[in-house]
Write a protein that binds this ligand. Structure first.
Ligand code: 2P0
Length: 321
């Protein structure tokens, strides 16, 4: 009746922004991401017959405000007639700040929830269950470099490169660890309704996915960086042109972009991406990691620098009991 799972956040290089079906949380576009190793969420799910309602804690603090999504996800995993559960989540990085904590959290939740409920589910099924609550979470079921592709009325998620295929490093410049002002799902809906660039964003995604896949096949960091930076800035342009405008960046975010461009001009193989928050993620090969981390740490407004290798997909810690 109880199990614990670990999952890592993933960082999209070709981004998910927009839904084609809000009720089923199906994404409007395909996406491609890196699963991290060194940031993680550990989630324990314990079903208890005597509980009146689910009880969620995040890093040991009760969080009833986040409980509805967690309960809905557990209903899908274990069936609506399930016992109520205690859910304890621990993340070793800032939550709700644009570091993909919902991806690691819902990926860990479905793995722990299924095991605690005694449900045998394939990785593919678990990815779809996670994606039904948080689109990006579907990608954290898999390790290395992952793609999420739309099918008729569902999604397919799979690994494109394993952690051993390409040793990439991710350096995260944290510029503000506080919670984001608008949840991603609400911001996506605002973009869909009001941004004049939304249609173009959707139309161009297949070409960006194809360019990223080709760059991966060739292990071409420059080509991957070119399409990833383009896709990232295009997504933020969609948000900036929404009404009201959605700007997740701060001054330090822009400083970090400048740092990454300066590093590249200085001969370092590195590119940036930014999600629904003000943090900047720099992707590079291992030989450039120290220089990238040092330059970002010295950039005005950067509070902390986190480093990660690529990691494995969500998994159980120990046996369900
Ligand atoms: C991504 N993001 O591809 C994009 C880039 C943020 C910016 O997926 O509404 O929390 O729960 O399905 O998964 C964040 O969105 O959104 C996200 P919901 P989610 O990583």
């Amino acid at each position: 009746m109880q199990a614990t799972a670990r999952a890592q956040p993933n960082i999209a290089l070709v981004k998910y922004w927009g839904k084609r079906d809000s009720d089923r949380n199906l994404p409007a576009v395909d996406s491609l991401s890196l699963t991290l190793a060194d940031l993680h969420t550990d989630m324990q799910v314990r079903f208890e017959d005597g509980l009146a309602h689910d009880e969620l804690t995040l890093n040991a603090k009760p969080r009833p405000d986040l409980g509805a999504r967690v309960s809905r996800c557990l209903d899908r995993v274990a069936g609506p007639g399930r016992s109520r559960a205690r859910i304890d989540s621990h993340s070793n990085f800032p939550v709700g700040a644009g570091l993909a904590s919902s991806a690691s959290s819902f990926a860990a939740l479905v793995v722990a929830g299924a095991a605690a409920a005694g449900r045998k589910a394939s990785r593919e099924e678990l990815a779809r269950l996670a994606g039904a609550e948080s689109g990006s979470a579907a990608r954290s079921l898999y390790g290395g470099i992952v793609e999420l592709v739309n099918r008729d009325d569902t999604i397919d998620v799979g690994m494109l490169c394993s952690v051993d295929d390409w040793d990439l490093r991710v350096v995260v410049a944290v510029t503000d660890a506080g919670p984001k002002p608008v949840a991603s799902g609400d911001a996506m809906e605002l973009s869909r309704r009001t941004s004049p660039f939304y249609g173009r964003w959707i139309d161009e995604q297949p070409a960006d996915m194809a360019a990223a896949r080709a760059a991966l096949t060739a292990r071409d960091l420059d080509a991957l960086g070119e399409v990833a930076e383009h896709n990232c800035l295009k997504m933020h342009s969609v948000m900036w042109a929404s009404r009201p405008a959605m700007v997740y960046w701060n001054a330090a975010t822009v400083n970090c972009l400048q740092t990454v461009r300066d590093l590249r001009r200085g001969g370092h193989g590195v590119f940036f991406t930014i999600d629904a928050g003000p943090q900047v993620k720099a992707i590079c090969t291992p030989d450039h990691e120290d220089a990238v981390a040092a330059a970002l740490a010295e950039t005005a407004g950067v509070r902390e620098v986190l480093r990660s290798r690529l990691g494995e997909g969500a998994r159980l810690l120990g046996e369900a009991a």
